[in-house]
Structures are given as structure tokens and as C-alpha cells.
Design a protein around this ligand. Structure first.
Ligand SMILES: O=C(O)CCC(=O)C(=O)O
Length: 266
């Protein structure tokens, strides 16, 4: 039974359960170039000390997120899911869209499940050297309270009409064949944060079917969720589907965090 698919920064994905190995398990070279030195500097400034003291470094928490004005927690006992409108201003959204358009490639699959239409978007790996990306990292640090060392490099995705990313999870299956490769260094994904960069004329919602919740894309809106159950196992209620865009184009930012500082098993 296929329950979902995790996505690795750089466009790699791991199918859960009955996954078959594909031939695209490679590391995007630009991962190595992500400017962590600059991000580590961020960790020393800008974030409220109380946030850093409250939780382990790879973690956010309901308390940290709720401390920001305008944050709404989706009422559900099954998932910790938060939404805030106007997280990013229009100018930063516009600049990030420009950057995504400069360097897009088809979103790829590491572990092909036989469905060539499983993820049909395009992806851009955004360099932390870019001022817009640094500003985004700063805002994410302030919002999430998560040490940037635990973050995977930021990605942008672009969906045209008809493009989607079928139902998947962002967490990895500890029993999966590729656990060591994808999680051996940095561990499990902890939190996902996603920012919509534009309004979409029709379609393009992010649907959490297990909790009957659809989040509509709106420029600057951030969505974040904890990928795990309280015991640390992957939470199936985080299954989500980037639904087909029906009219217009959709741009999003995706940011995943790990239990341990980001690193990659070669
Ligand atoms: O674009 C969306 O709405 C969701 C994106 C997503 O699920 C992902 O990239 O993992």
C-alpha cells in the first residue's frame, strides 16, 4: 500500500511503503554550496532568546507559533497545523517568484512509484547567498524559533495549470530501504513550513484529506505543521495533496527541518 512520499530538498523524494528504487538518487551539487555560515550567523541574532530556550533546536512548538499575531491553529486532535496570512510582504514574494523563474527544473522523483504524474511541478533550489533568501531565512527563524542549522536548503515550486503533487507525507519511513541515506545524518523531518507566493485564480489548494482541511493559496500566507506524532513516529494525518491548478500559476516556498543539523549521507 502506498501511503505517501517524502520530498528531499533538491527534488528527491522517497516513497513510503511499497516504494521502488529509481535511478535519480543523487545529490544536487548546489546543496553543498548552500551558505550555512551565513545562516549560522542568523541563529545568533534576531530570534527571541526565550524561543531558543523553550524547545530543542530542531523544533518549533504551538507556543512559539501562537506567540505571533494572526497565527491560527487548525482545530484538530490529529495534527499540529498552523496558518498565518501576510507572513511575507508582496515585494519579497515578487522577488522570490522572480528567482524561482530564473532557475527552474522539473521536480524529480528519487524512488519512482510508476506514476509519472505523481509530481508534475517545477522546482528551484534557492541559494542562501541571495539577499531575498537570507531575508526569508531570518523571518522563518523568527517565526519558527528553529535553529537554521536544522533546516534543509530552501526550495521554490511552480505549478502551471493541471500540475499537482499527489497525496504524500514529508516524513520518512524508518523501515524504508533508504532511511540511512536520507536520514542517517540529519534524522527525521520535524516541521514543514510552506509559503504561498501568489494568489491562484482557481485550484492549487493544499488538501489535508485526513482532517478534511483545504488551505487555499494566498500571497504571503505561511502554513506549518509538525510531521510527527508525540512519540516521534510519522503522523499519517499530515498526508497532503498539492491539488491541480485550474487557472493561473502557483508559486510556493518549501522549508523542511530535521531532528539534527542538516547533512546528507553520500
Ligand atoms: O504546493 C503545495 O501546496 C504543497 C507542496 C508540497 O506538498 C511539497 O512540496 O511537499
Amino acid at each position: 500500500m502506498k501511503t505517501g512520499q517524502a520530498v528531499i530538498a533538491g527534488g528527491q523524494r522517497l516513497l513510503h511503503k511499497a516504494a521502488t528504487m529509481g535511478s535519480e538518487n543523487f545529490i544536487q551539487p548546489r546543496h553543498a554550496q548552500y551558505n550555512y555560515a551565513a545562516l549560522f550567523e542568523l541563529a545568533g541574532c534576531g530570534v527571541k532568546a526565550i524561543q531558543k530556550d523553550m524547545v530543542p533546536p530542531g523544533e518549533s512548538s504551538a507556543e512559539i507559533l501562537r506567540a505571533h499575531a494572526g497565527v491560527k491553529q487548525v482545530p484538530s486532535a490529529k495534527i499540529e497545523l498552523f496558518v498565518k496570512n501576510h507572513f511575507l510582504g508582496p515585494e519579497l514574494c515578487k522577488e522570490l517568484i522572480r528567482l524561482i523563474d530564473l532557475d527552474r527544473r522539473p521536480s524529480t522523483v528519487a524512488d519512482y512509484n510508476g506514476d509519472a504524474a505523481f509530481r508534475t511541478s517545477e522546482t528551484c533550489d534557492l541559494s542562501a547567498d541571495l539577499p531575498a533568501v537570507r531575508e526569508l531565512e531570518r523571518l522563518l527563524l523568527d517565526f519558527t524559533g528553529i535553529d537554521p542549522k536544522h533546516g534543509e536548503p530552501i526550495q521554490g515550486q511552480r505549478y502551471e495549470i493541471g500540475q499537482e503533487f499527489k497525496q504524500h507525507t514529508d516524513w520518512f519511513n524508518p523501515d524504508g530501504a533508504d532511511w540511512d541515506k536520507f536520514c542517517g545524518v540529519a534524522g527525521q523531518r520535524t516541521w514543514t513550513f510552506m509559503v504561498y507566493l501568489n494568489d491562484v485564480e482557481a485550484g492549487g489548494a493544499t488538501r489535508f484529506k485526513r482532517i478534511d482541511k483545504k488551505i487555499m493559496p494566498e500571497r504571503g500566507k505561511i502554513v506549518g505543521w509538525n510531521n510527527r506524532n508525540p512519540d516521534g513516529s510519522g503522523n499519517v494525518a499530515t498526508l497532503h495533496h498539492a491539488m491541480k491548478v485550474r487557472k493561473g500559476v502557483k508559486y510556493v516556498i518549501t522549508k523542511w527541518y530535521r531532528e539534527k543539523p542538516w547533512g546528507w549521507a553520500e
